[in-house]
Design a protein around this ligand. Structure first.
Ligand code: ATP
Ligand code: MG
Length: 413
């Protein structure tokens, strides 16, 4: 029988891949905690309307990428393509809209029906951060600072550039939208079919198009700067001022619009040149309209999401494989006594393993195979004297250690 295969665009994360993945998530979680964020976990599937209503009906995610299905009860459900909508749904349904600010960290799998390639999968993982409540530019800068600190803690900040833009307020965007319609209408025939449709519904979206020909037109398109209201321009300057106080370098990129409809004011991406076309590792912005669209009161918010697989690929080195201690009993009496020793080590926080069978040679081979840093050998003679022979593989030395002293002796590698 042919073995069953994983679904296209999904992958098993094992061994070194998993160590990289875990390192990214653990580092991000710890850094987010220093900023006062609490972790939330929301369901991986939601009522389809949670996304369809909010992400925008011309976004790639909603038009082409969602895994939507009817469950046995006839409800339309969608595997979450991102987590911000779910967090805002949770804010409203848990009655937290009057307990602001809420500072949220999350980590978990997301699902998008995309063409799989390096750094682009159908099930992938994101870490993300949201500051829900504050409307001040300080919040935008603080959430960016968190992202920057995570990239630093991972050792990849020097490979990444922060690109910053503003999408203005509603009034700015309406004026900009009219200008974009004017510009792109004059080149209508050169636009991709998708972008011709975007032209009617949401011309800003064309700026985010991945189509080659669209991109050439986008390069010449008007920018939002001349259309910003005084308030929107002040806000943007405020964010830049706060970023300077945090000491975070950035470049302005007027083409950043973000792929989802719920953004306003600040939009940003951390971009690398090291991952080919999949160069955006962390992206976000301000989404003051989203909570209201979810049925809550108008609530300002700003946040970002980052792709764990992309960050994991950029790590300068793999986290080392763990080096256990191997317990090697010789004979039945020692085998029985070794259980207590094994558990004492584990309870002291030492990674300790024992083979399930075999003579001394086999067990030492096994210790080598699992990359053990030391073997604890216990035979009849050791048992009688209340000691173990500890062989340190790094130094090649061997010494007798009292059984009671083993946990302390082996606690730090
Ligand atoms: P892209 O332009 O690469 O399609 P996006 O704008 O769709 O990205 P966001 O919705 O902003 O991405 O998601 C935030 C981050 O999640 C991205 O910057 C990226 O690191 C990661 N990401 C998005 N889609 C995928 C995917 N299919 N596979 C792996 N990582 C992804
Ligand atoms: Mg995308």
């Amino acid at each position: 029988m042919d073995p069953l295969q994983p679904i296209r665009g999904t992958k098993d994360i094992i061994g070194e891949d998993q160590r990289r993945h875990s390192h990214v998530v653990t580092t991000a979680r710890a850094t987010a905690a220093t900023y006062g964020l609490d972790e939330w976990t929301t369901p991986i599937f939601e009522d389809t309307r949670v996304f369809a209503r909010t992400l925008g009906d011309t976004s790639d995610v909603v038009t082409k990428e969602m895994y939507t299905f009817e469950d046995r009860g006839g409800d339309s459900l969608t595997l979450r393509p991102e987590n911000t909508a779910g967090i805002c749904r949770a804010l409203v349904t848990n009655g937290l809209t009057q307990s602001l600010p809420q500072k949220v960290f999350y980590a978990g799998p997301m699902f998008r029906y995309e063409r799989p390639q390096k750094g682009r999968y159908r099930q992938f993982h994101q870490i993300g951060a949201e500051l829900i409540g504050p409307s001040e530019p300080l919040a935008d800068a603080e959430i960016i600072a968190l992202g920057w600190d995570i990239l630093n803690a991972l050792g990849i900040a020097h490979d990444v550039v922060l690109e910053l833009n503003t999408l203005g307020d509603a009034e700015s965007r309406a004026a900009y939208r009219a200008a974009l319609i004017g510009y792109f209408s004059a080149h209508r025939g050169d636009l991709s079919r998708d972008s011709q449709e975007r032209l009617e519904k949401n011309p800003l979206r064309i700026l985010d198009s991945k189509d080659e020909q669209d991109r050439a037109l986008v390069a010449q398109a008007p920018t939002i700067a001349p259309f910003l209201t005084t308030a929107a321009a002040d806000f943007y300057r405020g964010v830049q001022h706060q970023l300077a106080l945090f000491g975070i370098p950035f470049v302005e990129n007027p083409r950043i619009v973000r792929g989802l409809d719920y953004y306003s004011h600040t939009a940003f991406e951390f971009v690398t040149t090291r991952l080919g076309a999949q160069g955006t590792v962390m992206a976000g912005g301000r989404y003051d309209g989203l909570v209201a669209e979810m049925g809550g009161p108008p609530t300002p918010a700003v946040g970002w999401a980052a792709g764990v697989e992309r960050l994991a690929m950029l790590l300068p080195a793999s986290p080392p494989a763990p080096q256990p201690v191997a317990i090697v009993p010789l004979g039945d009496a020692a085998a029985a006594a070794s259980i207590g020793i094994l558990q004492a080590l584990r309870h002291a926080g030492v990674r300790a393993e024992t083979a399930y069978r075999g003579n001394l040679k086999r067990r030492m081979e096994r210790a080598n195979k699992i990359g053990a840093r030391a073997a604890v050998i216990i035979g009849d003679e050791e048992l009688a004297n209340g000691v173990a022979t500890v062989r340190d593989f790094a130094s090649g030395t061997q010494s007798k250690i009292a059984l009671a002293d083993l946990p302390a002796h082996l606690a730090t590698p």
